[in-house]
Each structure stands twice: as structure tokens, then as C-alpha cells.
Design a protein around this ligand. Structure first.
Ligand code: ZN
Length: 199
């Protein structure tokens, strides 16, 4: 997974070519090409669709202009969910515990839109985030929305954050079948292809 920090589209394509070379040389492990893209102010993305079409998995997240009023922020995020290339909404409320509150966003509407568009929601396991929270995990499950428990690791050590995400998922009553990244590779690949096919 690549976070877009100054990686332009050409750099991203070159990176994915390198990933493809690795994928071919490693036996028995599927290496996916992925990216986290920014959701811009109007709900569009900062990477073009023809580039995203070449990714195996696309996470879209809000990182800037986070102080929008509730109806606009909700529309912004829902527009990103409606993008056929977006597989997962990253850290859906943007909260950072003891640092900043969640975005002013209607999560009921976001979860309903995730169900309608077949988009998964991230449960970010970073102990500062734990985003989705437990109640939103439960709501996602009730709406048939898949959750991805991710570490957002910026170093190998942070892969251990996974345990906090799993605890949070359990608090939200999630079971294996609710969590997309417990699937087999075939199951995951099928789920990731479904949305573009439907569009
Ligand atoms: Zn992010």
C-alpha cells in the first residue's frame, strides 16, 4: 500500500511496475498494488480514474479541509464512495484520540452509502485512531457493509497495532465474515473486483 505523499501519477505507475516484478518473483504470496488517495473538497480524488483502474486496491481518505460543515462533509465522502475505483474508505471519521474530534459527518448516511455502493470501511487500528469506533462497526455490520481491519503501519513495528483493531472489531460485535481481510485471496480478489464490474 502506498500513501500518496508527493507521489505523482507517473511515480505511482513506476512503483506499481516494481510491485509487479516482485509479485512475479515471489512464489506462494500474492502481492497487491494499492494506493491511498486523497478525497478532495468536492469529493473527487487526487489520482485520475485511468490510473486507479490499474490498482488492485484503492483506499480513499480525507486528509485536508477537515473543518467543513456536516452536510458538505457528508456529501464529499459519499461522492468518493460512489467512485467505482474506491474499494475502501480510510479512517472514516478522522478522529485522533486526545488530539482532534471526528469530522463533522453523518455516519448513518455514510454507512448507508457504503452499503449501496459496495464500498468497505476501514477500521484503522492505530491506537490514536481506532476509527471506525465500536458503535459504527456494529452499524456497518447491520447494514451488510464489510470492514477492513488495517494497521496504517508506517514501520514494521506498527504492524503490531493489529491487535487493537481486532479488539475494537470485537467491541463492535464484528465476526470473521464481516471483515474483508480475513477472506481467502480468491474471496478478497472477487470482492475487490465487484464494484468496478457493477459500474
Ligand atoms: Zn490516511
Amino acid at each position: 500500500m502506498t500513501m500518496v505523499g508527493g507521489l505523482d501519477e507517473r511515480g505511482l505507475l513506476e512503483h506499481w511496475e516494481a510491485v509487479e516484478r516482485v509479485a512475479e518473483s515471489v512464489e506462494g504470496i500474492h502481492v497487491l498494488k494499492g494506493v491511498e488517495v486523497d478525497i478532495l473538497k468536492d469529493g473527487s480524488l487526487d489520482i485520475a480514474g485511468d490510473v486507479l483502474a490499474r490498482a488492485d486496491v484503492v483506499v480513499a481518505s480525507v486528509h485536508y479541509d477537515t473543518d467543513m460543515p456536516r452536510p458538505r462533509m457528508t456529501r464529499r465522502i459519499i461522492r468518493a464512495l460512489e467512485n467505482p475505483f474506491v474499494d475502501i474508505l480510510g479512517h472514516p471519521t478522522g478522529r485522533k484520540l486526545n488530539e482532534r474530534p471526528p469530522y463533522n459527518v453523518n455516519m448513518d448516511d455514510v454507512i448507508t452509502a457504503a452499503a449501496r455502493t459496495g464500498t468497505a470501511l476501514e477500521l484503522n487500528s492505530n491506537p490514536k485512531r481506532l476509527d471506525l469506533d465500536d458503535a459504527n462497526c456494529r452499524s456497518a455490520r447491520e447494514h451488510g457493509v464489510k470492514v477492513v481491519v488495517a494497521t496504517d503501519a508506517h514501520s514494521a513495528r506498527e504492524l503490531g497495532f493489529m491487535r487493537y483493531g481486532i479488539n475494537q472489531a470485537r467491541r463492535g460485535w464484528l465476526e470473521k465474515g464481516d471483515v474483508l481481510n480475513t477472506a481467502t485471496y480468491r474471496g478478497l480478489a472477487k470482492a475487490l473486483r465487484k464494484k468496478v464490474r457493477a459500474a
